[in-house]
Each structure stands twice: as C-alpha cells, then as structure tokens.
Design a protein around this ligand. Structure first.
Ligand code: MF3
Ligand code: CO
Ligand code: CO
Length: 270
C-alpha cells in the first residue's frame, strides 16, 4: 500500500500492545485452523468462507480485507487473500480449485477491539516441486533474517538489507512495489518497511513500534504486473512467488512476534 509521507510512526502504549497481542494471536489461529482444508480440489472461495466464518462467528472479530478500499482501489471483495503460484499477493478468492503441486499464500488480517493482526504463510497443496518448496523455505528464512534485526536503534534499512542480501545470491529476487507497514488501529500506517535496502539508512526503530515484515520473493525476475481485477498481482515473467508475514513489536531489548499461536511454524535455525 502507498502511505503518505506526512504520517508519523505511532508508539503503542502497554494497553495497546496487549490488544495487538490478542489480534495477532487470533490472526495466527486462523492460519492454524485453515491448514487442513488447503488440499487439492478445494476452491479458494471455500477457504475464504471458512476463514470468514471462524473470524466472525467464533472469534467475534472483523476480517480487515473485506471491503477494504485504500486510495486508487475498488473495495476488496473477500475476507482473505489467496495467492497461488505466480500470484505475488492480493489474490482474490474465486471458484478456482487448488490442484496438486500448487503453492498458495493465505494472508489473514483480523481486527479485534479496534486493533489489527496481519500474518501470512505458504501452504503446499499435495506435493509441490522441489523448486517450489525451496522458494517457500528461503522466503520463510528471509522473513526471519529481517525479524532478527529488529531492536531499538536498528534502522529500517538494516531489515531490508538482511532480506535482500540473503535471497539475491541464491538467485531469487525481491518484489519492490509492496512492503511491510506500520499497523495498529489502522491496517496500513507508517512506516513503510521495504524488503531491500542499505544498512544504516532510513528510520531508526524505537520500543513500542508495531509493524509487519512480509517479503515477497520471486523465483525469477522482480517485475510484477496487476491483473484486470484491480487487486491480484502476478510476476511479469510468470515465475513462482512466495511470501510470509508476521506482525512485530519492537521491545526494549529486541522484538516480539505478535502473530503467534500453537500451530505457527517455529523460527528457522539462525
Ligand atoms: N494483508 C495484506 C498486507 O499484508 C493487505 C491486503 S489488502 C486487501 O498488507 F485488501 F487485499 F486485503
Ligand atoms: Co501486511
Ligand atoms: Co497481510
């Protein structure tokens, strides 16, 4: 999302942080819940319906994507994003069925008590190719390369650099047009968290900041294009793309991952 430059970065109070923890946990629990349903033959509309019903009827939360309409966009028509194979992000659920070998990103954002949690994971449909699984694993590791940088005094550019300098030597590329973002009472707020950059550049982190890191990594070239539906983003060269996302808090000593739950994948070995 594009954010206006004049918006300033909010520092969350302990009370707000507690609400962010709750929203983050609920978000991660939606991803845990949907995992067994991500199989060949299911439609992405069905995954959307299952997540919507869990969020609304069980969690008593709000699915933030539904009717979300940032400037220049038509309102988003569904409750989750489902991005398959060469789709980079913001894939819109449809009657299309998942098939054996697909990799799919499910991106969930839950609002609870006015605060947002935002997280996404890759899911394997049956047995994806070795190349597809490697792309997902490297993308997961790249997210954690970025997360491990987070502490007061670190620069946003350090996060981007950690991700970029990890994936590019492996032959992958970083999507430039989309970034992580501040989050709280707003879905997307300042700062923009780029997934590429130079060390010791950009904003310095302070305790109490909350933002996402959500690298989109392509197996081929970095270039993307928009599909005609106004939302879905795909790789221009139709290469596979993967993404993982966590919502983070900057603590006094480092970071806390807010989008955690029983089933969330454990951090990779450093
Ligand atoms: N969840 C996405 C993100 O990580 C944003 C999706 S916007 C939507 O920032 F409208 F497509 F849902
Ligand atoms: Co996000
Ligand atoms: Co998201």
């Amino acid at each position: 999302m594009q954010l206006s430059a004049h918006m300033s970065v909010t520092i969350k109070t302990p009370q707000e942080i507690e609400k962010m923890r709750i929203a983050g946990r609920l978000t991660s629990e939606v991803l845990d819940y949907i995992d067994p349903f991500v199989i060949a033959g299911v439609s992405t509309n069905e995954l959307d319906r299952l997540c919507h019903d869990l969020i609304v009827n069980v969690q008593k939360g709000i699915p933030a994507p539904l009717n979300y309409a940032p400037q220049g966009h038509t309102p988003y028509p569904k409750s989750i994003c489902t991005s398959i194979n060469h789709q980079v992000c913001h894939g819109v659920p449809s009657e299309k069925l998942l098939k054996n070998g697909d990799i799919v990103n499910l991106d969930i954002t839950v609002i609870m008590d006015g605060y947002h949690g935002d997280s996404s994971r890759m899911f394997y449909v049956g047995e994806p190719s070795i190349q597809a699984r490697r792309l997902c694993e490297i993308t997961w590791q790249s997210l954690w390369r970025g997360i491990r940088v987070v502490k007061p005094g670190a620069y946003l550019g350090d996060i981007g650099h950690a991700i970029q300098s990890f994936v590019e030597p492996l032959g992958y590329s970083v999507v430039r047009e989309f970034c992580g973002h501040g989050i709280g009472t707003k879905f997307h707020e300042a700062p923009q968290v780029l997934h590429y950059g130079r060390p010791k550049t950009g904003l310095r982190l302070e305790a109490g900041m909350t933002f996402t890191i959500e690298p989109m990594i392509n197996a081929g070239k970095a270039a993307i294009k928009n599909l005609g539906d106004g939302w879905t983003v795909v790789t221009k060269d139709h290469s596979l793309s993967a993404q993982y996302e966590h919502t983070l808090l900057v603590t006094q000593t480092g970071f806390e991952v807010l989008t955690v739950s029983e089933g969330c994948p454990p951090p990779p070995k450093p």
